[in-house]
Every structure is written in structure tokens, then in C-alpha cells.
Design a protein around this ligand. Structure first.
Ligand SMILES: *Cc1c(COP(=O)(O)O)cnc(C)c1O
Length: 380
């Protein structure tokens, strides 16, 4: 991944510095409004990362000690960690083999009387089926927090991902489509929830720094609850505003390059690749492939072959349940997760990837994976 970032972002960051206001201020407020408007949702709350966003979303949903939060193990570890931050127990569910997302079929078997929330991840920007998950969760009073870290610019049933969620969390880490260096955004249609999230990200304060400075009267703030410092800076927001303007072009280019990968790699037998689900469109945040069981080379060997050609591919998505931070908690039955994490990889995909670079990647993949053609004249 290489972010599509340059002079315009640099100029915007410089202007924020020159303004003398560098911490959370008017540019963060503007970025929140612009981001929420781009999704088509009432409120955006900018924070320091998507991890912070997930933490606050669970906190605001009232999740805490003794509660269980269902998460996919097949996700970046921040998804599971967020449950632990509020004192809850992450319960790992398996994922669908096509979308790599939680579904009612994978979540229902792990529900208990203590289940209070599900963190629904849009893995690699493939939208999860939120409506289906709602049917399972709403009647049981289980909250759904959408981990849309990867999914800015993806679409669910004709609307941007996040537009129909009660609460969704986005990431602006450079590994994702839009970047502010580090950063995150919570979107919600609920004004009261947004106000609480704003307070929680700023030490539990009842007035923001901007409000205090805008007042001609001295303002004595109060601290209504234990909050955090999860603020985004105005320098980051200035960069984010420029990045947001690039989103349509970013998504369009990724979809073109991804379609080209899909076409060129389709001749490798048995290979599965990231694709649009029937109910939406991915932004192809990561182009993953799942090797067939009988592939002539294993995943790690394939990564070595790619690296030898100067191609920086990566293993597929991690599985949190097998990391030391979680492995002591017991055993889990997650067959799809285990197969995908062991046999998948992620190919380079970024805005400035050239067709020649993509051709080289495809050639190395085919050389490694397509069984050698029979040699003419070979009498065996
Ligand atoms: C990247 C990612 C996160 C964490 O985002 P940060 O902004 O780096 O905190 C959380 N969940 C998923 C699924 C991610 O891919």
C-alpha cells in the first residue's frame, strides 16, 4: 500500500500550522461535517484512530465487565482488543468463506445470555450484510458496532457503508484508502450519541476548547465522566479534507486495477479472490487471494518468490485467536478463519500502481501457480 498523498495535503497541513491552531479545532469540525455529508449520515465524530473509535462506540453502548462481544477472529487485532478495553470478553465467531465477514449463520452459534454487542467488520472493504445481522441482533437487544476501518468508499445496498449503521467506525491509517497519518471517525445518525462520543474523546469535558475560546465570557468547563484524550489534530483534519475530495477517484482507480487482477489471475485454477458481494460494492482496500488446497507452492513460499522480484505482498488477514494475547483463553472452532489466514495473501494495490508493475506481479503468480505445461517431445 502506498498512500495517494502529496503537495495539496502538504499545503493544507502548512496552512493549519500557519493559522496557529494545531490541536482539535475548526478544521476537525469541518472534516467531521464533510465526512458525515459524504456518507449521508447525521453526525461525524473525529478521533485519533479507528481503535479509539471502536473503544468509545462500545463504551457509549454501555458494554462493560461481564459482557460478551462477538467479533471475528479474522480481523486486525484492534477489533478484539476494543472489547477488552471496556472489560468485556471478546467471543470469536467464524466468517463466511466468500465475503470473509460475520454472518447470522456464523454468529448465532456463539450467542449466550451475556452477549451484548457484535462488532461487524467490513473486511478488506467488502461490506458486511448489516440488515441480515440486524434481524439476528435487534430482537435480542444486541448492539451492532460496524468496524468500517477498511470500508470508506464501499457501498452497501446502494448507499455508502456507514449510512445505515447505528454506529460505524472508520480508520485513516495509511494502510486504508484515506489517510490523515493516524486518525479515525465515528458516524451515527443519533445526535445524543454523537454528543456523548465528543465528550468521551475530550476528557469528559462539557464544553469543547473551540466553544471556550469563541466565548467572550470566561467559561469554566466541567468534567461529567471519565473521558479520554482521543482527539484528532487540526493538522490531520486539514490533510483529511483534501483526502476526502480524492475518494471518488481513489475508489474508481482501485476498482479498475482490481478488475484487471481478477481478469488476469482468473486462469490460475482453484484460486479465489476478493469480489463484490451481491448486495454491494467493495472499495478493494486489500486485494486478497485464497490459494487452492492443492497449490504447487505454499503461501509463505509464494511470498518469498514475490519478494525475490521486489514485490511487497503480505500474508492474508491475521487470526486474533491464535495470537499469544488471546491464545490462552481457550480453544475455538473456526475452520474458515484458520484456512483463510494460513492460505491467503494480499497483493500490492494502490492508486499509483502501474500496469507494468501489475503485469510483473501477475507473471510471478502464474509462474509459481500454474502447473508447468507438458514439454513437447516428452515421451512419458
Ligand atoms: C486498521 C483496522 C483497525 C484499526 O484502525 P486504526 O485506525 O489503525 O486504529 C481496526 N479494525 C480493522 C478491521 C482494521 O483493518
Amino acid at each position: 500500500m502506498r498512500p495517494w498523498i502529496g503537495d495539496e495535503e502538504a499545503a493544507a497541513a502548512a496552512a493549519a500550522v500557519a493559522s496557529g491552531w494545531v490541536a482539535q479545532g475548526p478544521r476537525v469540525a469541518e472534516f467531521e461535517r464533510a465526512f458525515a455529508a459524504s456518507i449521508g449520515v447525521g453526525h461525524g465524530v473525529a478521533v485519533s484512530s479507528c481503535t479509539a473509535a471502536l473503544h468509545l462506540a462500545l463504551l457509549a453502548a454501555g458494554i462493560g465487565h461481564g459482557d460478551e462481544v462477538v467479533v471475528p477472529s479474522l480481523s486486525f487485532i484492534a477489533t478484539a482488543n476494543a472489547a477488552r478495553y471496556v472489560g468485556a470478553r471478546p467471543v470469536f465467531a467464524d466468517v463466511d468463506a466468500v465475503t470473509l465477514n460475520l454472518t447470522p449463520e456464523t454468529v448465532e452459534p456463539v450467542l449466550t445470555a451475556r452477549t451484548r454487542a457484535v462488532i461487524l467488520v467490513d473486511q478488506c472493504g467488502v461490506p458486511a450484510d448489516l440488515d441480515a445481522m440486524r434481524k439476528l441482533c435487534d430482537v435480542r437487544g444486541i448492539a451492532i458496532v460496524e468496524d468500517a476501518a477498511c470500508a470508506v468508499g464501499a457501498e452497501y445496498r446502494g448507499r455508502p457503508v456507514g449510512a445505515s449503521a447505528d454506529v460505524a467506525a472508520f480508520s485513516f491509517h495509511p494502510r486504508k484508502l484515506l489517510t490523515t497519518g493516524e486518525g479515525g471517525m465515528i458516524v451515527t445518525p443519533d445526535g445524543e450519541l454523537a454528543a456523548r462520543l465528543r465528550r468521551l474523546r475530550e476528557h469528559g469535558m462539557d464544553v469543547s476548547a473551540v466553544q471556550r475560546h469563541a466565548s467572550r465570557q470566561p467559561v469554566i468547563e466541567r468534567y461529567l465522566e471519565t473521558g479520554y484524550n482521543y482527539r484528532m489534530t487540526d493538522i490531520q483534519a486539514a490533510v483529511g479534507l483534501v483526502q476526502l475530495g480524492k475518494l471518488p477517484a481513489l475508489v474508481a482507480r482501485r476498482r479498475e486495477l482490481a478488475a484487471r487482477y481478477q481478469r488476469l489471475l482468473a486462469t490460475i485454477p482453484g484460486m479465489r479472490m476478493i469480489a463484490d458481494p451481491e448486495y454491494g460494492q467493495t472499495n478493494f482496500q486489500s486485494f486478497w487471494l485464497l490459494l487452492p488446497e492443492d497449490a504447487p507452492v505454499g503461501r509463505d513460499e509464494l511470498l518469498r518468490l514475490l519478494a525475490a522480484e521486489g514485490i511487497s505482498a503480505r500474508r492474508g488477514i491475521m487470526a486474533a485467536h491464535s495470537e499469544p494475547a488471546y491464545a490462552h483463553e481457550g480453544s475455538w472452532t473456526l475452520p474458515v478463519t484458520e484456512r483463510v489466514t494460513a492460505n491467503s495473501l494480499i497483493l500490492p494495490l494502490f492508486h499509483d500502481l502501474s500496469l507494468a508493475e501489475q503485469d510483473l506481479i501477475v507473471d510471478v503468480m502464474k509462474d509459481a501457480l500454474v502447473a508447468a505445461k507438458p514439454v513437447i517431445g516428452d515421451s512419458r
